[in-house]
Ligand binder design. Structure first.
Ligand code: NI
Length: 176
């Protein structure tokens, strides 16, 4: 029997400052086989890239889909379609050193609400909800930001953001 894994494609991840990363993704109207194939490829791409989350925006597909795996063993992929985040307590924050597959090699401490409630549709098209905390809450907020065209560097001071942008440009030999 041929494993599903063999068919999976490694997707190209858009890197900052690609303007397509600023696209606001549209809701998924119905989960089809096209979406499922994309999700399988996104999970494969996330593992191959050693990331803990990937948004469809990052692979130039502009519908609201995320994949996340924060497990140590890298064997617990979670799929969130049309995620709707509700912040339960704006005052309770937690900080994590964030990175992003679209900004390889760059990291910064970002403070975000420590917990959030999430409504979403799963891989099989079923509506679900749960409360996230810790790293998962941060990761969900980071990935949902991608679907809205927002990157983690947008939360930094102008000075810090400019420093990262300058480094990216030097690294990639581009001039903005
Ligand atoms: Ni990211």
């Amino acid at each position: 029997m041929q494993s599903k894994f063999i068919k999976m494609k490694l997707l190209k991840i858009l890197e900052f400052p690609d303007p397509r990363l600023r696209t606001k993704a549209k809701p998924v109207e119905k989960v089809t086989d096209v979406h499922k194939e994309l999700i399988d490829d996104m999970i494969h791409t996330m593992y191959e890239s050693k990331g803990i989350g990937l948004a469809a925006t990052q692979v130039d597909f502009h519908e609201r889909i995320l994949v996340i795996d924060i497990s140590e063993e890298r064997d617990d992929p979670q799929v969130f379609i049309n995620p709707e985040v509700e912040i339960l307590n704006k005052d309770e924050k937690s900080g994590y050193e964030e990175g992003c597959l679209s900004l390889p090699g760059h990291f910064a401490e970002i403070e975000r609400p420590a917990t959030c409630h999430l409504d979403y549709v799963d891989y099989n098209g079923k509506k679900k909800a749960f409360k996230a905390e810790g790293l998962l809450a941060t990761c969900i907020q980071h990935e949902v930001d991608h679907l809205n065209g927002v990157l983690f560097i947008d939360y930094l001071s102008k000075l810090k953001k400019d420093m990262i942008i300058k480094n990216v440009c030097v690294q990639r030999n581009i001039f903005l």
